[in-house]
Design a protein around this ligand. Structure first.
Ligand SMILES: [Zn+2]
Ligand SMILES: [Zn+2]
Length: 168
């Protein structure tokens, strides 16, 4: 193994990928399409996700993905889709409703939105750095500073340029 071999930079999941994922789960587990928007919301703290009664969109906490992985986030998406489908069909969509409890059990959604480890002690780190591919323009967000010389673009193998992002 050469010491100078560059590692491949992995993408963080985009909203577009989340949308495709939610649409897929909706068809696969509920047999009906998800016709609204699914978005990551980095400002969500202890909630895994939420469903909006107005607008019918779903928001997912991206820190859940970092901390618990795909399997746990899939359960959270199922939980939010239970609210979504029941609400749109005029059925009991609240946590206490029998319709909700039954559907959640049926699809295997998470019962509660898991709170994040160490949430009270310290806030989850925001993305502060951005690596941009000099060839294809692909962007990679990172929480910690990385040496761009040690990585190559996961899409086109181009070299990366590091910049810090202004905090909101
Ligand atoms: Zn809920
Ligand atoms: Zn590239």
């Amino acid at each position: 193994m050469g010491r100078n071999r560059k590692r491949i930079m992995k993408e963080t999941m985009s909203n577009e990928e989340l949308q495709v994922w939610v649409e897929d789960i909706s068809i696969r587990c509920f047999g009906v399409p998800f016709l609204h928007k699914a978005l990551f919301n980095r400002r969500l703290k202890s909630t895994g996700g939420r469903y909006f009664l107005k607008g019918h969109n779903i928001e997912i906490n991206p820190h859940q993905l970092d901390n618990f992985g795909n399997e746990e986030v899939e359960k959270i998406i199922k939980h939010e889709l239970c609210h979504y489908h029941l609400h749109l069909r005029g059925k009991g969509y609240r946590h206490r409703d029998p319709d909700f409890k039954q559907l959640l059990l049926q699809v295997g959604g998470s019962r509660y939105c898991q709170s994040l480890p160490g949430e009270k002690a310290k806030r989850a780190l925001p993305y502060r750095y951005k690596l941009t591919c000099s060839r294809c323009g692909m962007e990679y967000l990172r929480k910690r500073k990385v040496d761009p010389k040690r990585y190559q673009c996961g899409k086109c193998s181009g070299s990366l340029r590091l910049s810090s992002m202004i905090l909101p």
